[in-house]
Design a protein around this ligand. Structure first.
Ligand code: TXA
Ligand code: MG
Length: 324
């Protein structure tokens, strides 16, 4: 059923309104530092089910719970020393921690899709924090795009995908990070990166004084849109309509080049100076822009596979993966 969508600039009043709407079970898309989120009250199963419906997500995969501060997080998950150290170092910010769920927290079972763990984070964006405080409840929020499509880094992208599917969209300008948070499992106190993001393995390892493992294609979180436990599959995600060719050092017939660094013939360049932060911010928006021009194949220049480059390459590989 289409619903009417209010699009509002972020102000103290509209953040309060967004919080009230969320508390009473409505869906509100709002900015975070990573990408825009499609929020719903994480204690209300109707609201959580409505998130999946609005995204057209085919299955009930686990969602990230957003809270306003680390103290609030401790009501929903069991913290360890390591979790506290990381929360202290990186929250508010683009790090999601997967921890054992507290039964007493009152989260909807749909959040964790039958797992006994919960992914949780404190987003580093003043608008998100104002909305979370106004809501006074934990907010489940996947990226605010239709299932399998490119994540939104500004309010116009959210309108494109979710107009008439959510009650309110709060516009807080473009996202500063541009790709989704790092998802780190701390189950059994063993740090494993389930999804690379802006907080890198090196930073986590330095904070904990421990080596950090990378789950490559084996974790449930690698594929967000199909059922859990589908190991070894790198399925399509973040997909533009155009085909993608990665690590391109030339431009072939029917292709346009999305460049990185000093390259010639690039129609758009993620970062002419070769800055990974700038590339992350631009990536999803540039893929959308090229897609809107109806190009056949987007060829992408090589991106160094280090630091933030790991997360960028992860998203590009998913965008380039074979489509269902
Ligand atoms: O930056 C972000 O994380 C954005 C903004 C809106 O906060 N949110 C986001 O949510 O990207 P979503 O639903 O698109 O991605 C959630 C990720 C998936 O990879 C999912 O598999 C993983 O977190 N995840 C959630 N709960 C989990 C759990 N209990 N165990 C393992 N992975 C989990
Ligand atoms: Mg997503």
């Amino acid at each position: 059923m289409p619903i009417s969508t209010v699009l509002a600039q972020a102000t103290a009043n509209t953040c309060r309104e967004a919080g009230e709407r969320l508390r009473r079970g409505e869906l509100v898309a709002f900015p975070t530092e990573t990408v825009y989120g499609l929020g719903g009250n994480a204690t209300d199963s109707h609201a959580v089910a409505a998130i999946f419906e609005a995204k057209g997500r085919p299955s009930f995969n686990p969602l990230i719970v957003h809270v306003a501060d680390p103290i609030a997080a401790e009501a929903y998950v069991e913290f360890t020393e390591h979790a506290r150290d990381l929360a202290h170092a990186f929250w508010p910010g683009p790090l999601t921690l997967v921890l054992p769920k507290r039964a007493s927290g009152g989260l909807s079972d749909l959040i964790s899709a039958g797992l006994d763990t919960v992914a949780i984070r404190v987003p580093g964006h003043p608008v998100a924090l104002d909305i979370l405080k106004a809501a006074g409840c934990p907010i489940a929020a996947p990226s605010a795009n239709l299932s399998g499509r490119i994540s939104p880094t500004c309010a116009a992208h959210v309108v494109d995908g979710l107009n008439r599917r959510v009650h309110m969209i709060v516009d807080g300008g473009p996202c500063a990070v541009g790709l989704e948070s790092t998802v780190l499992s701390l189950i059994d106190d063993r740090p494993i990166i389930l999804r690379p993001g802006a907080v890198t393995a090196e930073q986590i390892s330095a904070c904990l004084g421990l080596p950090v493992e990378q789950a490559v294609n084996l974790s449930p979180s690698v594929d967000e849109e199909t059922p859990l436990h589908s190991p070894g599959m790198l399925s399509s995600h973040y997909a533009p309509d155009a085909l993608m060719r990665l690590n391109a050092t030339d431009v072939r017939d029917g292709e346009v080049l999305l460049g990185f660094g000093e390259v010639q013939d690039a129609v758009l360049n993620l970062s002419p100076s070769g800055d990974l932060k700038e590339a992350a911010v631009n990536m999803f928006a540039m893929l959308r822009l090229l897609d809107s021009r109806g190009v056949g194949t987007i060829a992408v220049s090589p991106i160094p596979d280090q630091g933030l480059g790991c997360a960028i390459n992860d998203r590009l590989r998913r965008a380039a993966a074979p489509r269902p």
